[in-house]
Ligand binder design. Structure first.
Ligand SMILES: NC(=O)c1ccc[n+]([C@@H]2O[C@H](COP(=O)([O-])OP(=O)(O)OC[C@H]3O[C@@H](n4cnc5c(N)ncnc54)[C@H](O)[C@@H]3O)[C@@H](O)[C@H]2O)c1
Length: 254
């Protein structure tokens, strides 16, 4: 799909060094938006920005641990001074954490996953809303998961964090509905990225088991999630507010 709304705009993508975030950064660039990537993987982040520039857009990689409010504050100070704001934001950075049932989930794992996946979204969302309310315009997409819509055994902190993102998205969407800022979430099924590689440990049996959860019979491609994010940001989704959109090959239809 091609859009004419992204020219001369700026999009922020957290976790844009790899996987779904990188695909979305490149999709924004292909549609004419400049792209800021905030991530902790410097080498891959600079690589994403090189690919953004290959597509004729401008961009910057700004090292930011989204779990740190201080680092997020610095990110937004830089955006304010160097870019005069943002039009779109994709709060995508996330980690899966360790796999263990709830009774064996360490406090350290719980804290680390919640700090990154939920606090990280909150830190960015708060600053994005401040920035966008100055213009009364903008669109924000938060990264949740099908694990934000249903239970999934063995990743309790991850599931709790992703449910939290859906709740936060709905609350903020209602609060800012009249201000011209649209806030939605995307809830992917199983998508072929490094994260799934880490979860399956590269074990073909584990990989087959994950694929078998997908009614369409295959994992999603990161680009298929990027397409949904761009649609949610575009004027084509002008009446979509507070939605937790499953992009999941039918996972949630079971
Ligand atoms: N792959 C899937 O099947 C799937 C499904 C549903 C939701 N998601 C979500 O999509 C998002 C992206 O996942 P992915 O599959 O592309 O994984 P990925 O591991 O390929 O990419 C995650 C990116 O986030 C960055 N990141 C991690 N912690 C960070 C932090 N504290 N601050 C800034 N950046 C940080 C990583 O460096 C990496 O670049 C995650 O939030 C994940 O939970 C993934």
């Amino acid at each position: 799909m091609s859009y004419d709304v992204f020219d001369d705009t700026v999009a922020l993508v957290t976790g844009g060094s790899a996987g779904i975030g990188r695909s979305t950064a490149l999709a924004f660039a292909e549609q004419g938006a400049d792209v800021i990537v905030a991530d902790v993987d410097d080498e891959q982040g600079e690589q994403t920005i090189a690919e953004v520039r290959d597509r004729g857009a401008d961009g910057a990689y700004i090292r930011t641990d989204v779990a740190s409010i201080e680092e997020v504050d610095t990110l937004f100070e830089t955006i304010d001074s160097d870019w005069s704001g943002i039009d779109y934001a994709f709060n995508n950075a996330g980690i899966e954490g360790e796999q263990a049932p709830t009774g064996e989930c360490s406090l350290d794992n719980w804290r680390r996953v919640l700090d990154t996946n939920l606090d990280g979204v909150f830190h960015c969302l708060k600053r994005e809303i401040e920035m966008m309310t100055e213009r009364d315009d903008g669109a924000i997409v938060n990264m949740s998961s099908v694990s934000g819509l249903s239970g999934f055994p063995g990743l309790p902190a991850y599931v709790a964090s992703k449910h939290g993102v859906v709740g936060l998205t709905k609350a903020a969407a209602l609060e800012y509905a009249e201000s011209g800022i649209r806030i939605n979430a995307v809830c992917p099924g199983i998508v072929d990225t490094d994260m799934i590689g880490r979860v399956t440990g590269g074990d073909p049996d584990a990989e087959r088991q994950y694929v078998s959860m997908e009614p369409v019979g295959c994992m999603g491609d990161p680009g298929e999630i990027a397409d949904a994010v761009l649609w949610l940001c575009s004027d084509k989704a002008s009446f979509v507010q507070g939605e937790a959109l499953a992009v999941d090959g039918g996972f949630m239809a079971r």
